[in-house]
Design a protein around this ligand. Structure first.
Ligand code: PRP
Length: 175
């Protein structure tokens, strides 16, 4: 099977939107330091680009979550595969994600992190698929709302490929 990638959101559009988000976030956190938390692996491309557009001081940490069982997320049961290196107590925490789909991952993650008593806990996602939501997750900043299509690029993969595309594409599988 071969697949083709159709551009959904161009590199220029993504770059412009990240610049806007960086400005909005910098204003919101004026006079403070932001502790960015990247959810691996997908969130890494967006976090690096967003961090470059933020003008207040930032620190960063990384975590990795996965799902139990057969690899599907339908159970809604999430496991922590790699925890943060540093405490988040009293920090202005901003979680940076590539996509919110069912909401299961972020619902779990926000709950875990809230218990660690950050000064604030907010969420920024590049992409949001609201039609797929199962769990109610409050998103503070969204790059783009997208339809329920299989997307790749900017950290998102198809069988681990295409994460490095500088745009968001839709996978079209040809038999
Ligand atoms: C993606 C994405 C989120 C999660 C969102 O990660 O980065 O973490 O799925 O889905 P949900 O809202 O349905 O929980 P994925 O599990 O594909 O891992 P990856 O980033 O390592 O590719």
């Amino acid at each position: 099977m071969a697949e083709k990638i159709k551009v959904l959101i161009s590199e220029e559009e993504v770059d412009a939107r990240i610049r806007e988000l960086g400005e909005k976030i910098s204003k919101e956190y004026e006079g403070k330091q932001i502790h960015l938390i990247c959810v691996l692996k997908g969130g890494v491309f967006f976090m690096c680009e967003l961090a470059k557009r933020i003008t207040v001081p930032v620190s960063m940490d990384f975590m990795c979550v996965g799902s139990y069982g057969d690899g599907t997320k339908s159970s809604g049961v999430v496991r922590l595969a790699k925890d943060l290196d540093e405490s988040i107590e009293n920090k202005e925490v901003l979680i940076v994600e590539d996509i919110i789909d069912s909401g299961n991952t972020l619902y779990y993650l926000m709950d875990v992190l809230r218990q660690r008593k950050p000064a604030s806990l907010r969420l920024c996602t590049l992409l949001d698929k609201p039609d797929r939501r199962v769990k109610d997750v409050h998103v503070d900043w969204t790059g783009f709302e997208i339809p329920d299509e299989f997307v790749v690029g900017y950290g998102l993969d198809y069988a681990q490929k295409y994460r490095n595309l500088p745009y968001i594409g839709v996978v079209e599988v040809a038999e």
